[in-house]
Design a protein around this ligand. Structure first.
Ligand code: BF8
Length: 697
């Protein structure tokens, strides 16, 4: 009887499902509605293949159906929700709708676990539960396949940051040799510091710094000058003993591609050490070099007040969104646009962070909100440089009047307008772009304009090392870092810092917008942990109010609140933000500078400090390579998901445990921000105990 009832239920469900699929195929419902209805009735067992097969091209699945952990009431930013709904009404799919399309990814857990190999034409081979195979056509095991792919991902991330540094260095070189007139040295004190730090010689300091940096990218012998400048002596010795000190970025990335091609490196541990080496390439040939040179060209950031959220787009203005990572052209767009009272420039992703930090440009949003900015119908131009620019932006832009303008010779998108950028003609190109946007305003269709009404949030950004030291110097002019250390060692429950956590990286569309970032950040703040951060985390934090200088410090523990109040009082401000925005993703270099200063002054290693790193919503290769560098530094590095390696239990064990005996750092994987917070807090408590610091409840 019971069985019959069950069978009936299954039959009912199946016919309901069939009717939904029929409607989907006829186009009488869209995929989002389809998935909502299927999910609401508990019919979530439908295979991804069926969903993909239904409804013709596009093949979307909604990631939130499988991955969201947030309570339904959780909202970071009502404007984001409003624009997601707007897109749905317009029949436009978003990053949240286009889930993984590779059938291996959901079938037998092949792709997502790192068990698929495409290195030669004998395959592709898929190992593990998907096929029951334990080695591929060439004999490569899942350990080798997963490690090779991890190395390639880290190489991809390191290459992104190395190319970012190259663009900055070539611009500086042009300024130094007089071939580029549109830029100048803005921060000569920073130039002096880098010149000395890199051990440069010659009277043209800018030229010497640019050439040293470019040399780090090109050489294949010796250690990068930026690594010798920025990494502590202890780290350099540790990495030297491990044999992971890199030479130059180009040589190391080339070697990594070679080692991971078919039939070269077939040892998991040997491969994994190459990932550790590439993490150092990223950190020093990429992050530090890019940050340092951009500071020379555009100034080291100091505190700025601005606004965050999609409603920084203004109905009454010509709106230009600057998006990507390299701020070289965008700096000029901001300058040129300031001449026009009718133009509103707003920032997206890390180009947004760069221009926010130095010029106070309003922050429109994170990478996953780029489509939403266009959906407002009020963006005349979205100007993009490189990285995190999803090709779908053009598909969305084509449904509005928005011009998507690519500018970098390495980055073109089919259908977009390409306006080639050369730093030699920066101002002219910037003016051409601003004028093109203004001319495009006439094409705006008023009936298509939908700018959500929740006002943008107040934010404070610009927490460079210089700014942090300046703020602490107001408390203790002779020993600012010592002050920070004494606050970490404090036993006063109303004036203490339990530890420091850097929360960085992307926003995942595989969860409700910003849920993991906000949940983790709030839990740490409540426990007196100072949260510093970069990248798309900063956009989420800003939109949620965590970067607001609010004297009430909502949700902040009494100890940290006391610290923030004391520092704010010393610098003459009513309040500081609860979290400190340290910049774009390359500005993670600034976090190492702070950690080195603290560890050096305290006379301990970074891995002994009560600190940690977290990228709870990482999605890009760049985040994987930055995370690997953080492990090199000795940090517990939390990531909110496996970077396609979980099929290899041995590699997972090496990355989350074994590596700790080598560098002092390790990865910790947890997509649940609540348990991740508990683990990070425990880690910090343990480090405090090891250093005989006061223990907090
Ligand atoms: O470099 S945080 S989505 S924008 S990769 Fe990209 Fe990730 Fe955003 Fe900045 Ni970083």
């Amino acid at each position: 009887m019971e069985d019959e009832k069950k069978e009936e239920k299954v039959k009912d469900g199946k016919s309901f499902l069939d009717s939904l699929i029929e409607k989907l195929n006829k186009g009488t419902i869209d995929r989002r509605k389809f998935l909502t209805l299927a999910g609401a009735t508990g019919l979530t067992v439908l295979s991804a293949q069926q969903i993909m097969a239904a409804g013709g091209g596009g093949g979307m699945s909604n990631c939130l159906q499988c991955h969201s952990q947030a309570p339904t009431s959780f909202v970071v930013d009502p404007n984001t929700q409003a624009l997601i709904n707007r897109a749905k009404n317009l029949g436009i799919d978003l990053v949240w709708d286009r889930g993984a399309l590779c059938s291996f990814s959901h079938k037998g857990q092949g792709g997502v676990t790192g068990a698929c190999c495409f290195r030669c034409q004998m395959g592709p081979c898929t190992l593990g539960p998907a096929t029951g195979k334990v080695y591929g056509a060439c004999g490569a095991t899942i350990d080798i396949i997963a490690a090779r792919d991890l190395v390639r991902r880290v190489a991809g991330g390191a290459a992104s940051h190395a190319e970012h540094a190259r663009a900055a260095a070539k611009t500086l070189k042009g300024v130094a040799d007089g071939s580029i007139a549109d830029y100048e040295i803005t921060d000569s004190a920073k130039l002096d510091a880098i010149y000395d730090g890199l051990g440069c010689t010659g009277t043209n300091k800018a030229l010497a710094v640019a050439e040293k940096t470019l040399d780090d990218l090109g050489k294949d012998e010796g250690t990068p000058a930026w690594l010798e400048y920025k990494a502590s002596a202890e780290r350099q010795t540790t990495w030297g003993n491990l044999g992971i000190l890199p030479t130059g970025a180009g040589a190391e990335i080339s070697e990594a591609m070679h080692r991971t091609t078919m039939g070269v490196d077939g040892d998991m541990v040997h491969l994994a050490t190459d990932a550790l080496k590439l993490g150092l390439v990223d950190g020093y040939c990429g992050l530090h070099a890019a940050t340092g040179i951009q500071d020379v060209l555009f100034g080291e950031p100091m505190a700025v007040f601005s606004k965050a959220g999609l409603s920084v787009i203004e109905a009454g203005k010509t709106n230009i969104v600057i998006h990507g990572h390299e701020p070289i052209l965008s700096e000029k767009i901001v300058e040129v646009a300031a001449e026009y009272s009718d133009v509103n420039v707003v920032g997206m992703c890390c180009t947004g962070n760069e221009t926010l930090m130095r010029k106070g440009v309003k922050a429109a949003g994170s990478m996953v909100q780029a489509e939403l900015a266009i959906i407002t119908g009020a963006v005349e131009a979205m100007v993009v440089d490189v990285q995190c620019i999803i090709p779908n932006l053009q598909r969305v832009a084509s449904q509005f009047h928005t011009k998507l303008i690519t500018t970098n010779p390495h980055s073109m998108i089919t259908g977009a307008t390409h306006m080639a950028f050369d730093p030699k003609n920066a101002i002219a190109t910037a003016r051409q772009i601003v004028e093109a946007a203004r001319a495009n305003r006439a094409a705006r269709v008023l009936s298509r304009v939908f700018i959500p009404t929740d006002p943008p949030k107040d934010i404070v950004a610009g927490f460079s090392v210089k700014q942090i030291v300046a703020a602490l110097s107001a408390v203790s002019p002779t020993n600012p870092i010592g002050t920070l250390i004494s606050l970490i060692g404090s036993a006063d429950p109303n004036l203490r810092i339990r530890g420091i956590v850097g929360i960085v990286g992307c926003v995942t569309p595989r969860d409700t917008y910003g849920y993991r970032h906000v949940t983790l950040t709030k839990r740490l703040l409540a426990k007196d942990i100072l949260v510093v951060g970069t990248g798309c985390w900063a956009h989420v934090a800003g939109q949620y109010g965590l970067l607001k200088a609010d004297p009430a410090y909502p949700g902040v523990g009494a100890g940290l609140k006391g610290v923030l109040q004391a520092v704010a009082g010393a610098v003459g401000l009513p309040a500081l933000p609860s979290c400190w925005h340290m910049g774009s993703c390359v500005d993670n270099s600034r976090i190492e500078d702070v950690l080195n200063a603290v560890a050096g002054t305290a006379g301990v290693r970074i891995d002994q400090l009560p600190v940690a790193a977290s990228a709870p919503e990482f999605i890009t290769e760049k985040a994987v390579s930055i995370g690997t560098w953080a492990v090199d530094l000795g940090l517990l590095t939390h990531i909110g998901g496996q970077p396609y390696v979980s099929g290899s239990a041995n590699l997972v064990s090496l990355l989350t445990s074994g590596v700790e005996s080598l560098t002092g750092g390790k990865f910790y994987v947890d997509k649940n921000p609540e348990t991740a917070a508990d683990t990070i807090i425990n880690h910090i408590n343990n480090k405090r105990a090891d250093l005989s610091m006061p223990l907090y409840p």
